[in-house]
Design a protein around this ligand. Structure first.
Ligand code: ADP
Ligand code: 5GP
Length: 188
């Protein structure tokens, strides 16, 4: 058994969360990725049940009303994201240490819920300019969406003190090494 631990990764969009989480998931089979629910549309090659459980706004609302979420947020106007209680049960029943890729406010909420069973990690971009470059370079957002995310990042960066660890994602290789180190320290 793993004593029901969880690792929470939060960051402004574009800081490198998915890159880091994907790397760690491949490296440590004990980790299980928490697939969130969202009301936003799939983008690129995203598959329902792998990156997200995709729902219409109405379906999402019904799940809120039925108290099916451990937490949820309207991360961007009109786009809801949340963690289903059933997802936590699924992963813990499979003996996994749960990994969350979740927005900054959701990350703080989950840390408050799980306490010492959780390691919360804030991934910080070197600067807002670099964040904008990464979001643009990823090619998944139009200009309006990039600017919305950069604007929100300024607010999100004020939360870093509320996390157990802060990882600066400047040089990717160095950041992945540090992510491995803190993961091993926590799961061992
Ligand atoms: P998030 O999941 O936080 O939104 P991503 O992992 O999708 O961010 O990263 C955003 C973009 O930045 C991707 O195109 C990714 O390849 C790139 N990226 C991630 N880390 C670095 C880094 N250290 N240096 C340069 N580019 C990076
Ligand atoms: P994206 O649209 O880029 O996939 O995600 C946008 C933001 O929503 C990211 O910061 C991501 O971490 C966050 N997010 C994903 N799943 C959840 C969730 O279950 N709850 C909350 N609060 N945020 C989430």
């Amino acid at each position: 058994m793993n004593n029901k631990k969880v690792i929470i990764f939060s960051a402004p969009s574009g800081a490198g969360k998915s890159t880091i989480v994907t790397y760690l998931m491949k490296r440590y089979p004990i980790l299980g990725f928490s697939v969130s629910a969202t009301s936003r549309a799939p983008r690129g090659a995203e598959v329902n049940g792998r990156e997200y459980y995709f729902f219409t706004s109405e379906e999402f609302r019904t799940k809120i009303d039925n108290d099916e979420f451990i937490e949820y947020e309207e991360v961007y106007k009109g786009s809801y994201y949340g963690t289903l209680k059933s997802e936590i049960d699924r992963l813990w029943n499979n003996g996994k240490i749960i990994v969350f890729d979740i927005d900054v406010v959701g990350g703080v909420n989950l840390k408050n819920l799980f306490g010492d069973s959780a390691l919360s990690v804030f991934i910080k971009p070197p600067s807002l300019e670099i964040l904008r470059e990464r979001l643009t370079g990823r090619g998944t957002e139009d200009i309006e969406s990039v600017e919305k995310r950069v604007k929100k990042a300024q607010y999100e960066l004020t939360f870093e003190d509320k996390f157990d660890k802060v990882l600066i994602n400047d040089n990717l290789e160095a950041c992945l090494k540090e992510a491995e180190r803190i993961t091993e320290e926590f799961i061992s």
